[in-house]
Design a protein. Structure first.
Length: 238
């Protein structure tokens, strides 16, 4: 009995040491991956990585990670070639295959979400208009100044924000903002002047992990929420 007790104690100690080593290795890998992603994405904010599945060491040895969750803050994406800030980007990557020297990871599939605040959407409009919550999902309030017959006027409209197919299928999706009604509609020239400031399309064409695409959107008090999906998504590497 004493021998069995000693064997059990040794087993528990070795098991604890293995678990400790495995968790340390996972934590180290998470920090390294976060640093690499932050450098690759050129983040002004932060990157957090969580590797799921136990034990981690056997996953690393087989170069196949079960699931990796990513949280990015302050992402600089590109919209029609201009920088557009995403306040948040959260994504879950499934079936991540690592290359031979562990410098690149590609997920078989991924899904996530991103948030564009109204302040960042205002900057992305590039028309001088100010955007705010429109009071219902999928609605935004757009306020813009126009000049009519030498007088400066301010007009606010409720607009619908949608995700539409780009003219060229290769360009994927565009975020489209369109005013539902325009004050002064019917007065020659007024509607065109207002819509020139309030209506716009923006295509996210860079800054997201390669292979991750827009699939849906909605809006609330926090901003515009984008749903993201993809396959063969590059998590890290070039």
């Amino acid at each position: 009995m004493r021998f069995l007790r000693v064997v059990v104690i040794i087993g528990v100690v070795l098991g604890a040491l293995f678990v400790g080593a495995d968790r340390w290795a996972a934590g180290y890998a998470e920090n390294q991956l976060a640093d690499r992603i932050q450098s690759r994405q050129g983040l002004a904010g932060t990157a957090e990585v969580e590797i799921h599945g136990f034990p981690f060491l056997t996953q690393a040895a087989s170069r196949d990670l079960e699931r990796v969750d990513l949280k990015l803050r302050g992402v600089e994406a590109m919209a029609d070639g201009r920088k557009t800030r995403l306040a948040e980007l959260d994504a879950s990557f499934r079936g991540v295959s690592l290359n031979g020297d562990y410098t690149r990871g590609t997920a078989r599939r991924a899904e996530g979400s991103a948030l564009i605040t109204y302040a960042d959407l205002t900057a992305a409009s590039q028309t001088g208009a100010t955007l705010a919550y429109g009071g219902a999902p999928g609605k935004v309030k757009v306020t813009a100044g126009i000049e009519v017959f030498g007088k400066s006027l301010t007009r606010s409209v409720v607009s619908t924000v949608t995700l539409e197919d780009a003219k060229d299928p290769k360009d994927g999706k565009v975020v489209r903002v369109r005013a539902e009604e325009v004050p002064g509609e019917g007065i020659p020239g007024i509607e065109g002047l207002v819509r020139k400031k309030t209506d716009f399309d923006r295509r996210l064409d860079g800054g997201l992990p390669a292979g991750l695409r827009l699939s849906a959107l909605t809006s609330d008090e926090a901003g515009v929420h984008l749903a993201l999906t993809g396959s063969n998504v590059v998590l890290a590497g070039s």
